[in-house]
Ligand binder design. Structure first.
Ligand code: SF4
Length: 179
C-alpha cells in the first residue's frame, strides 16, 4: 500500500480539569445540527461527558470509528482511586450502547474535528472549554493510504449491518414509490 503524508489532528483530554459544565456537548450538537445552530441536543454531540458526581468523575470522550460488533472484553479501570465504568474510555459507536448513536436516525456519530462547512481552525469544543481540558494538536505523519469512506457510506454501512441489505433495499423501494 502506498505511503502518503497526512495531517493528523488529535485532541488530548486532561480529565482532571473537567468540571462537567457540558459546554462542549452544547456547541458540538449545535454546530452539527441541520440547519447549523438550529438546535441543541447533547445526545447528538460527538463529544460526550461521562459523569458520576458522587465519584467525582467527569470524563469527556470523543466519538471514534463505528464498529458493527460488540467487543469481548469489558474492563473496569481504577485511576487515582476513581473507578471508571466498563466502556468508559471507548470511543466507538457500537451496538452495545446508545452513546454516539444519532437518536432519531440510529446512525453512528463520529468526531470530524469541525472540518465541516465552514471549517474551524480548531474544533469548537476546544474553543469553548474554559478549563483547558481539551488540547488540540496537529502534526504531519507518513501513513499508509487507506480507503476513505465518506459519512454517507459509513451511515449506510451501519444500517446494512443493523437491518440487512434486503430490508434496506425494500425500504428504499417503498420510499421511492411514495415520493
Ligand atoms: Fe469539561 Fe471543558 Fe466540556 Fe466543560 S467544556 S464539560 S470543562 S471538557
Amino acid at each position: 500500500m502506498a505511503k502518503i503524508k497526512k495531517k493528523i489532528k488529535t485532541i488530548k483530554v486532561d480529565a482532571d480539569k473537567c468540571n462537567g459544565c457540558r459546554a462542549c456537548e452544547v456547541i458540538c450538537s449545535a454546530f452539527h445540527a441541520t440547519p447549523k445552530y438550529s438546535s441543541v441536543n447533547p445526545a447528538r454531540s460527538r463529544i460526550q461527558v461521562i459523569t458520576h458526581r458522587l465519584k467525582d468523575i467527569w470524563l469527556p470522550v470523543f466519538a471514534g470509528e463505528y464498529t458493527p460488533a460488540e467487543c469481548m472484553g469489558r474492563e473496569t479501570y481504577v485511576i487515582d482511586g476513581k473507578e471508571y465504568e466498563e466502556c468508559g474510555f471507548c470511543r466507538a459507536a457500537c451496538p452495545a450502547r446508545d452513546r454516539f448513536i444519532e437518536p432519531d436516525s440510529g446512525l453512528p456519530l463520529r468526531c470530524d474535528m469541525c472540518e465541516d462547512d465552514p471549517p474551524q481552525e480548531k474544533p469548537l469544543c476546544v474553543q469553548v472549554c474554559l478549563n483547558d481540558v481539551l488540547i488540540f494538536e496537529e502534526r504531519e505523519e507518513e501513513v499508509e493510504e487507506e480507503e476513505n469512506l465518506d459519512v454517507l457510506e459509513v451511515g449506510l454501512k451501519s444500517l446494512v449491518d443493523k437491518y440487512g441489505f434486503d430490508k434496506l433495499v425494500d425500504t428504499f423501494a417503498r420510499m421511492s414509490q411514495k415520493g
